[in-house]
Design a protein around this ligand. Structure first.
Ligand code: NAD
Length: 274
């Protein structure tokens, strides 16, 4: 099967590796040609690592490399049976991209979005085939993390959800079907993890490192600041903002000024002392 991916950033490239390792071909588009080259190189590196770890052999890695096509022209995705949209977490950009994708995809292909927080129904209403559209929310790093949230909107067909669950299972993932509520399941829970950590630092209660070390001491693999850096401080802020807006500015989801300042400065947490 051809898996189409729109957006060659952090998530798009991880989803591509997962798809290749499961035996699919991938077609990847992005507006940024430079990022597509970076993406191809990154995928190659992950395949090399898979060979080193003896998950695949050299012949398979060579074959997988030939199954990757990339380009800035969305028509590259026209023959994909399923497309995962993984562009920036901005509703206006997603609507523009999704409507364009739908217009070039075959009439029975499944369109999905990797959005972390944007209502699937609010995106679906712009599409002419909303029954073939669902949320397919991978976690970072997408080629490693097992969890995938499959999100159904009111007009999503049962067969679309069944397809997404089967696709995720075929990628070796553990799909969970979630309702179309702000933040779905994991990002709703995780907002408190990120927001409270920032409040502690803003109050002068602890440093980034102290918070991360304490949380890891409890058994978490990563602390909140390490995780926000991995996700992308800006992407994480977009998700918090989106969820806060959808909850009518509920105070406990309010984005922090600290994070806004780091995003405005183009910094990751810990780049300068707090
Ligand atoms: P990213 O910033 O790394 O990549 C986004 C990509 O979208 C970039 O390569 C950019 O060039 C491309 N893009 C922007 N506008 C475009 C357009 N009009 N057409 C085509 N490509 C365009 O972001 P990311 O972290 O990969 O996030 C992508 C999506 O996945 C977001 O919806 C995000 O919320 C979600 N997500 C992110 C994470 C994470 O940890 N980063 C985890 C789960 C879900």
């Amino acid at each position: 099967m051809i898996v189409g991916i729109c957006g060659a950033g952090v998530m798009g490239r991880g989803i591509a590796v997962s798809s290749l390792l499961a035996g699919h071909s991938v077609a990847i588009t992005d507006v940024n040609a430079g990022l597509l080259s970076e993406c191809t190189a990154w995928i190659g590196k992950q395949l090399d690592t898979a060979v080193t770890k003896k998950k695949i052999n050299e012949e398979q890695a060579t074959a997988f490399r030939t199954r990757v096509s990339t380009g800035t022209d969305f028509n590259l995705l026209a023959t994909a049976q399923v497309v995962v949209e993984a562009v920036v977490e901005r509703p206006d950009v997603k609507v523009a991209v999704l409507t364009q994708l739908e217009s070039i995809m075959s009439s029975d292909a499944i369109l999905t979005t990797n959005t972390s927080s944007i209502s699937i129904a609010s995106l679906a209403k712009h599409l002419s085939r909303p029954e073939l559209f669902a949320g397919l929310h991978f976690f970072n790093p997408a080629h490693i993390m097992k969890l995938v949230e499959v999100i159904s909107a009111p007009r999503t067909a049962e067969s679309t959800i069944a397809f997404c669950v089967a696709l995720a299972n075929g990628l070796g993932k553990s799909p969970v079907v979630a309702r179309d509520v702000p933040g779905f399941i994991v990002n709703r829970v995780a907002r408190n993890f990120y927001n409270e950590a920032q409040r502690i630092v803003m109050e002068g209660g602890a440093t980034f490192d102290q918070v991360d070390m304490s949380v890891k001491g409890l058994g978490f693999k990563m602390g909140p600041f390490e995780l926000m850096n991995l996700i992308g401080v800006e992407t994480n802020l977009d998700v918090t903002t989106s969820q806060w807006q959808q909850f009518y500015h509920e105070p406990r989801f309010q984005p922090s000024l600290l994070q806004k300042q780091y995003v405005d400065a183009g910094l990751r947490f810990g780049d300068v002392s707090e």
